[in-house]
Design a protein around this ligand. Sequence first.
Ligand code: UT7
Length: 321
Amino acid sequence: MIGKICGTGSCVPKGLWDNQKLMELVDTSDEWVRERTGVARRHIAENGETTASLAAEAALTALQNGGIRAEQVDLIITATVSPGDLMPNVSCQVQKKIGALNATCFDLNAACTGFLFALNTAQAYLARGIYQTALVIGAEILSDLTNWKDRSTCILFGDGAGAVVLRAGETGKYAQVTYSTGEKGNVLTCACRNQKRYAAGADAPETYMQMDGREVFRFAVSRVPEAIEELLKKEEMHIEQIAYFILHQANERIVRSVVKRLGANPDKFPMNMEEYGNTSSASIPILLNELNRKGMLRRGEYIVLSGFGAGLSYGASLMEW
Ligand code: UT7
Protein backbone atom coordinates (compact mmCIF):
# COMPACT_ATOMS: atom_id res chain seq x y z
CA MET A 1 0.00 0.00 0.00
CA ILE A 2 1.09 3.56 -0.70
CA GLY A 3 -0.18 6.76 0.87
CA LYS A 4 -1.47 9.40 -1.50
CA ILE A 5 -2.18 12.95 -0.41
CA CYS A 6 -5.91 13.58 -0.68
CA GLY A 7 -6.10 16.86 1.24
CA THR A 8 -3.89 19.74 2.31
CA GLY A 9 -4.31 22.62 4.74
CA SER A 10 -2.40 25.35 6.49
CA CYS A 11 -2.80 28.00 9.14
CA VAL A 12 -0.63 30.97 10.03
CA PRO A 13 -1.05 33.46 12.87
CA LYS A 14 -2.81 36.73 12.12
CA GLY A 15 0.08 38.83 13.46
CA LEU A 16 2.30 40.05 10.64
CA TRP A 17 5.80 41.44 11.24
CA ASP A 18 7.46 43.04 8.22
CA ASN A 19 11.17 43.87 7.96
CA GLN A 20 10.46 47.43 9.13
CA LYS A 21 9.17 46.03 12.41
CA LEU A 22 12.45 44.12 12.88
CA MET A 23 14.37 47.34 12.29
CA GLU A 24 12.87 48.51 15.61
CA LEU A 25 14.44 45.49 17.34
CA VAL A 26 17.86 45.03 15.71
CA ASP A 27 20.31 46.89 13.48
CA THR A 28 19.15 45.71 10.06
CA SER A 29 17.38 46.98 6.93
CA ASP A 30 14.56 45.84 4.69
CA GLU A 31 16.99 45.86 1.77
CA TRP A 32 19.55 43.58 3.52
CA VAL A 33 16.95 41.05 4.64
CA ARG A 34 15.20 40.85 1.25
CA GLU A 35 18.46 40.61 -0.66
CA ARG A 36 20.21 38.05 1.61
CA THR A 37 17.16 35.88 2.46
CA GLY A 38 14.15 36.71 0.24
CA VAL A 39 12.00 37.32 3.34
CA ALA A 40 9.76 40.40 3.52
CA ARG A 41 7.26 39.41 6.23
CA ARG A 42 6.63 36.66 8.75
CA HIS A 43 3.53 35.69 10.73
CA ILE A 44 3.98 35.80 14.50
CA ALA A 45 1.73 34.13 17.09
CA GLU A 46 -0.08 36.45 19.47
CA ASN A 47 -3.17 36.38 21.69
CA GLY A 48 -3.00 32.79 22.84
CA GLU A 49 -2.24 31.16 19.49
CA THR A 50 -0.27 27.94 20.18
CA THR A 51 1.54 25.34 18.11
CA ALA A 52 -1.38 22.98 18.74
CA SER A 53 -4.04 25.56 17.78
CA LEU A 54 -2.29 26.30 14.46
CA ALA A 55 -1.74 22.57 13.87
CA ALA A 56 -5.41 21.75 14.56
CA GLU A 57 -6.63 24.47 12.19
CA ALA A 58 -4.28 23.25 9.45
CA ALA A 59 -5.45 19.67 10.08
CA LEU A 60 -9.13 20.62 9.88
CA THR A 61 -8.70 22.42 6.57
CA ALA A 62 -6.73 19.44 5.20
CA LEU A 63 -9.50 17.03 6.23
CA GLN A 64 -12.11 19.30 4.66
CA ASN A 65 -10.06 19.55 1.46
CA GLY A 66 -9.76 15.74 1.30
CA GLY A 67 -13.38 15.02 2.22
CA ILE A 68 -12.25 12.94 5.22
CA ARG A 69 -14.04 12.91 8.60
CA ALA A 70 -11.92 13.29 11.74
CA GLU A 71 -13.08 9.87 13.04
CA GLN A 72 -11.57 8.22 9.96
CA VAL A 73 -8.04 9.33 10.91
CA ASP A 74 -5.96 6.42 12.31
CA LEU A 75 -2.68 8.25 12.84
CA ILE A 76 -1.55 11.81 13.60
CA ILE A 77 2.13 12.69 13.45
CA THR A 78 3.21 16.27 14.09
CA ALA A 79 6.73 17.37 13.26
CA THR A 80 7.80 20.23 15.51
CA VAL A 81 10.75 21.72 17.37
CA SER A 82 8.50 24.18 19.20
CA PRO A 83 5.68 22.15 20.76
CA GLY A 84 5.07 24.75 23.49
CA ASP A 85 4.16 22.04 25.99
CA LEU A 86 6.27 18.91 26.31
CA MET A 87 3.19 17.01 27.48
CA PRO A 88 0.68 16.26 26.16
CA ASN A 89 2.24 16.20 22.73
CA VAL A 90 0.90 18.45 19.95
CA SER A 91 -0.66 15.51 18.10
CA CYS A 92 -2.78 14.51 21.12
CA GLN A 93 -3.88 18.14 21.50
CA VAL A 94 -4.84 18.17 17.81
CA GLN A 95 -6.73 14.90 18.27
CA LYS A 96 -8.78 16.48 21.06
CA LYS A 97 -9.41 19.73 19.19
CA ILE A 98 -10.59 18.08 15.95
CA GLY A 99 -12.29 15.01 17.47
CA ALA A 100 -10.06 12.39 15.82
CA LEU A 101 -11.10 9.83 18.45
CA ASN A 102 -9.61 6.82 16.69
CA ALA A 103 -6.14 8.17 15.98
CA THR A 104 -2.79 7.14 17.47
CA CYS A 105 -0.85 10.34 18.04
CA PHE A 106 2.79 11.24 18.48
CA ASP A 107 5.24 14.05 17.68
CA LEU A 108 8.60 13.90 16.01
CA ASN A 109 11.52 16.31 15.98
CA ALA A 110 13.88 16.47 13.03
CA ALA A 111 13.91 20.28 12.90
CA CYS A 112 13.36 21.70 9.41
CA THR A 113 13.54 18.21 7.86
CA GLY A 114 10.83 17.08 10.31
CA PHE A 115 7.92 17.09 7.88
CA LEU A 116 9.78 14.72 5.54
CA PHE A 117 10.66 12.36 8.40
CA ALA A 118 7.01 12.42 9.56
CA LEU A 119 5.80 11.72 6.02
CA ASN A 120 8.22 8.78 5.73
CA THR A 121 7.04 7.41 9.08
CA ALA A 122 3.37 7.66 8.10
CA GLN A 123 4.13 6.04 4.72
CA ALA A 124 5.82 3.13 6.51
CA TYR A 125 2.73 2.53 8.70
CA LEU A 126 0.50 2.70 5.62
CA ALA A 127 2.78 0.44 3.57
CA ARG A 128 2.58 -2.25 6.30
CA GLY A 129 -1.21 -2.00 6.34
CA ILE A 130 -1.19 -0.92 10.01
CA TYR A 131 -3.15 2.26 9.32
CA GLN A 132 -5.17 3.54 6.34
CA THR A 133 -5.58 7.26 6.96
CA ALA A 134 -2.93 9.54 8.40
CA LEU A 135 -2.65 13.22 9.18
CA VAL A 136 0.90 14.49 8.83
CA ILE A 137 1.46 17.96 10.24
CA GLY A 138 4.37 20.39 10.48
CA ALA A 139 3.73 23.12 13.07
CA GLU A 140 5.95 25.72 14.71
CA ILE A 141 5.93 28.77 16.92
CA LEU A 142 9.56 29.63 16.31
CA SER A 143 9.03 33.16 17.63
CA ASP A 144 9.20 31.59 21.13
CA LEU A 145 12.70 30.26 20.39
CA THR A 146 13.96 33.34 18.57
CA ASN A 147 16.41 35.74 20.16
CA TRP A 148 14.94 39.06 19.07
CA LYS A 149 18.26 40.73 19.89
CA ASP A 150 20.23 38.58 17.43
CA ARG A 151 20.04 40.02 13.92
CA SER A 152 21.77 37.01 12.36
CA THR A 153 18.82 34.71 13.20
CA CYS A 154 15.70 36.74 14.02
CA ILE A 155 15.26 37.99 10.46
CA LEU A 156 14.80 34.45 9.15
CA PHE A 157 12.06 32.73 11.11
CA GLY A 158 8.26 32.76 11.35
CA ASP A 159 5.32 30.82 12.81
CA GLY A 160 2.78 28.58 11.05
CA ALA A 161 1.44 25.10 10.38
CA GLY A 162 0.76 22.92 7.36
CA ALA A 163 -0.92 19.52 7.12
CA VAL A 164 -1.64 16.74 4.65
CA VAL A 165 -4.04 13.80 4.77
CA LEU A 166 -2.68 10.53 3.42
CA ARG A 167 -4.96 7.69 2.30
CA ALA A 168 -3.55 4.22 1.63
CA GLY A 169 -4.18 2.84 -1.85
CA GLU A 170 -2.90 0.19 -4.23
CA THR A 171 -1.44 2.60 -6.76
CA GLY A 172 0.97 5.51 -6.67
CA LYS A 173 4.62 6.01 -5.92
CA TYR A 174 6.58 7.03 -2.85
CA ALA A 175 10.35 6.95 -2.43
CA GLN A 176 12.72 8.80 -0.15
CA VAL A 177 16.27 9.36 0.98
CA THR A 178 17.17 10.84 4.37
CA TYR A 179 20.43 11.49 6.17
CA SER A 180 21.49 12.74 9.59
CA THR A 181 24.90 14.25 10.31
CA GLY A 182 25.12 14.48 14.09
CA GLU A 183 28.74 15.58 14.09
CA LYS A 184 27.60 18.93 12.64
CA GLY A 185 24.98 19.38 15.38
CA ASN A 186 26.68 22.41 16.91
CA VAL A 187 26.05 24.70 13.92
CA LEU A 188 22.32 25.06 14.65
CA THR A 189 21.22 24.67 18.26
CA CYS A 190 18.60 25.61 20.83
CA ALA A 191 19.12 24.36 24.37
CA CYS A 192 16.05 23.09 26.18
CA ARG A 193 14.24 25.91 27.98
CA ASN A 194 13.86 23.88 31.18
CA GLN A 195 14.07 24.92 34.83
CA LYS A 196 17.83 24.36 35.12
CA ARG A 197 18.41 26.66 32.18
CA TYR A 198 16.06 29.26 33.61
CA ALA A 199 18.06 29.09 36.85
CA ALA A 200 21.08 30.02 34.75
CA GLY A 201 19.11 32.97 33.38
CA ALA A 202 15.90 32.90 31.38
CA ASP A 203 17.53 35.06 28.74
CA ALA A 204 20.70 32.97 28.37
CA PRO A 205 21.54 33.10 24.62
CA GLU A 206 21.88 29.32 24.40
CA THR A 207 18.18 28.92 25.26
CA TYR A 208 17.35 30.60 21.95
CA MET A 209 18.15 29.40 18.44
CA GLN A 210 21.82 29.91 17.64
CA MET A 211 23.25 29.32 14.22
CA ASP A 212 26.37 29.39 12.14
CA GLY A 213 24.46 30.70 9.13
CA ARG A 214 27.28 30.36 6.62
CA GLU A 215 27.93 26.74 7.61
CA VAL A 216 24.22 25.83 7.34
CA PHE A 217 24.09 27.60 3.98
CA ARG A 218 27.09 25.63 2.66
CA PHE A 219 25.61 22.39 3.96
CA ALA A 220 22.23 23.03 2.31
CA VAL A 221 23.48 24.03 -1.13
CA SER A 222 25.58 20.87 -1.46
CA ARG A 223 23.46 18.24 0.32
CA VAL A 224 20.00 19.15 -1.02
CA PRO A 225 20.93 18.71 -4.72
CA GLU A 226 22.90 15.56 -3.83
CA ALA A 227 19.84 14.07 -2.12
CA ILE A 228 17.55 14.95 -5.03
CA GLU A 229 19.97 13.51 -7.58
CA GLU A 230 20.41 10.32 -5.55
CA LEU A 231 16.66 9.89 -5.22
CA LEU A 232 15.97 10.39 -8.92
CA LYS A 233 18.79 8.01 -9.87
CA LYS A 234 17.51 5.37 -7.44
CA GLU A 235 14.02 5.64 -8.96
CA GLU A 236 15.38 5.79 -12.54
CA MET A 237 13.67 9.09 -13.13
CA HIS A 238 14.88 12.22 -14.83
CA ILE A 239 14.58 15.77 -13.57
CA GLU A 240 12.32 16.63 -16.52
CA GLN A 241 9.70 14.17 -15.25
CA ILE A 242 9.17 16.16 -12.06
CA ALA A 243 6.40 18.78 -12.12
CA TYR A 244 7.53 20.66 -9.00
CA PHE A 245 10.36 20.65 -6.46
CA ILE A 246 8.96 21.81 -3.14
CA LEU A 247 11.96 22.83 -1.07
CA HIS A 248 12.22 23.91 2.54
CA GLN A 249 11.76 27.69 2.45
CA ALA A 250 14.83 28.82 4.39
CA ASN A 251 16.47 31.30 2.06
CA GLU A 252 15.76 32.31 -1.55
CA ARG A 253 19.49 32.17 -2.34
CA ILE A 254 19.65 28.54 -1.19
CA VAL A 255 16.77 27.57 -3.51
CA ARG A 256 18.35 29.43 -6.45
CA SER A 257 21.67 27.72 -5.82
CA VAL A 258 19.99 24.28 -5.76
CA VAL A 259 18.27 25.07 -9.08
CA LYS A 260 21.64 26.00 -10.59
CA ARG A 261 23.46 22.94 -9.27
CA LEU A 262 20.74 20.65 -10.62
CA GLY A 263 20.63 22.50 -13.95
CA ALA A 264 16.86 22.58 -13.51
CA ASN A 265 14.09 24.88 -14.70
CA PRO A 266 13.61 27.56 -11.97
CA ASP A 267 9.87 27.72 -12.70
CA LYS A 268 9.58 24.30 -11.11
CA PHE A 269 10.80 25.63 -7.75
CA PRO A 270 7.98 27.66 -6.22
CA MET A 271 8.85 29.86 -3.23
CA ASN A 272 6.87 31.64 -0.55
CA MET A 273 9.47 32.62 2.08
CA GLU A 274 8.78 36.27 1.18
CA GLU A 275 5.48 35.96 3.03
CA TYR A 276 6.28 33.52 5.86
CA GLY A 277 10.03 33.39 6.47
CA ASN A 278 11.42 30.03 7.53
CA THR A 279 8.71 28.11 9.41
CA SER A 280 10.92 25.01 9.90
CA SER A 281 8.85 21.80 9.69
CA ALA A 282 5.79 23.76 8.53
CA SER A 283 7.41 25.30 5.46
CA ILE A 284 7.04 22.36 3.03
CA PRO A 285 3.37 21.57 3.82
CA ILE A 286 2.42 25.29 3.77
CA LEU A 287 3.90 25.61 0.26
CA LEU A 288 2.34 22.31 -0.82
CA ASN A 289 -1.05 23.56 0.33
CA GLU A 290 -0.63 26.80 -1.63
CA LEU A 291 0.14 24.90 -4.84
CA ASN A 292 -2.77 22.54 -4.27
CA ARG A 293 -5.22 25.36 -3.59
CA LYS A 294 -4.06 27.16 -6.74
CA GLY A 295 -4.80 23.99 -8.76
CA MET A 296 -1.14 23.64 -9.81
CA LEU A 297 -0.83 19.95 -8.84
CA ARG A 298 -2.28 17.40 -11.25
CA ARG A 299 -3.09 13.78 -10.44
CA GLY A 300 -0.51 11.40 -11.88
CA GLU A 301 2.27 14.01 -11.94
CA TYR A 302 5.38 13.63 -9.79
CA ILE A 303 6.63 16.04 -7.17
CA VAL A 304 9.82 16.10 -5.11
CA LEU A 305 9.93 17.49 -1.57
CA SER A 306 13.31 18.30 -0.06
CA GLY A 307 14.53 19.82 3.18
CA PHE A 308 17.46 20.30 5.52
CA GLY A 309 17.93 21.58 9.02
CA ALA A 310 19.26 21.17 12.54
CA GLY A 311 20.80 17.85 13.44
CA LEU A 312 22.06 18.42 10.90
CA SER A 313 19.71 16.42 8.74
CA TYR A 314 18.43 16.46 5.18
CA GLY A 315 16.41 14.43 2.76
CA ALA A 316 14.18 14.25 -0.28
CA SER A 317 10.93 12.48 -1.10
CA LEU A 318 9.41 11.64 -4.48
CA MET A 319 5.69 11.14 -4.76
CA GLU A 320 2.96 10.81 -7.32
CA TRP A 321 0.29 13.43 -6.77
O1 UT7 B 1 16.22 25.81 8.29
C1 UT7 B 1 17.60 25.94 8.34
C2 UT7 B 1 17.87 27.24 9.01
N1 UT7 B 1 18.97 28.02 8.65
C3 UT7 B 1 19.31 28.46 7.42
O2 UT7 B 1 18.82 28.08 6.41
C4 UT7 B 1 20.37 29.50 7.40
C5 UT7 B 1 21.26 29.46 6.20
N2 UT7 B 1 22.09 30.66 6.16
C6 UT7 B 1 21.62 31.85 5.74
O3 UT7 B 1 20.47 31.95 5.33
C7 UT7 B 1 22.57 33.01 5.71
O4 UT7 B 1 23.85 32.58 6.12
C8 UT7 B 1 22.12 34.20 6.60
C9 UT7 B 1 20.91 34.88 5.97
C10 UT7 B 1 21.79 33.76 8.01
C11 UT7 B 1 23.23 35.25 6.65
O5 UT7 B 1 23.57 35.66 5.35
P1 UT7 B 1 25.10 35.70 4.90
O6 UT7 B 1 25.12 36.23 3.54
O7 UT7 B 1 25.68 34.35 5.14
O8 UT7 B 1 25.70 36.80 5.86
P2 UT7 B 1 26.95 36.70 6.83
O9 UT7 B 1 26.59 35.95 8.07
O10 UT7 B 1 28.12 36.23 6.05
O11 UT7 B 1 27.13 38.22 7.19
C12 UT7 B 1 27.52 39.18 6.20
C13 UT7 B 1 27.48 40.56 6.84
C14 UT7 B 1 28.21 40.63 8.17
O12 UT7 B 1 28.83 41.88 8.26
P3 UT7 B 1 30.40 42.04 7.95
O13 UT7 B 1 31.07 41.16 8.95
O14 UT7 B 1 30.58 41.59 6.53
O15 UT7 B 1 30.64 43.50 8.19
C15 UT7 B 1 27.12 40.56 9.19
O16 UT7 B 1 27.44 41.17 10.40
O17 UT7 B 1 26.14 40.95 7.10
C16 UT7 B 1 26.00 41.31 8.48
N3 UT7 B 1 24.65 40.93 8.93
C17 UT7 B 1 23.61 41.76 8.81
N4 UT7 B 1 23.48 43.00 8.34
C18 UT7 B 1 22.25 43.56 8.36
C19 UT7 B 1 24.26 39.77 9.48
N5 UT7 B 1 22.94 39.80 9.73
C20 UT7 B 1 22.52 41.04 9.34
C21 UT7 B 1 21.26 41.67 9.34
N6 UT7 B 1 21.18 42.93 8.83
N7 UT7 B 1 20.14 41.06 9.81
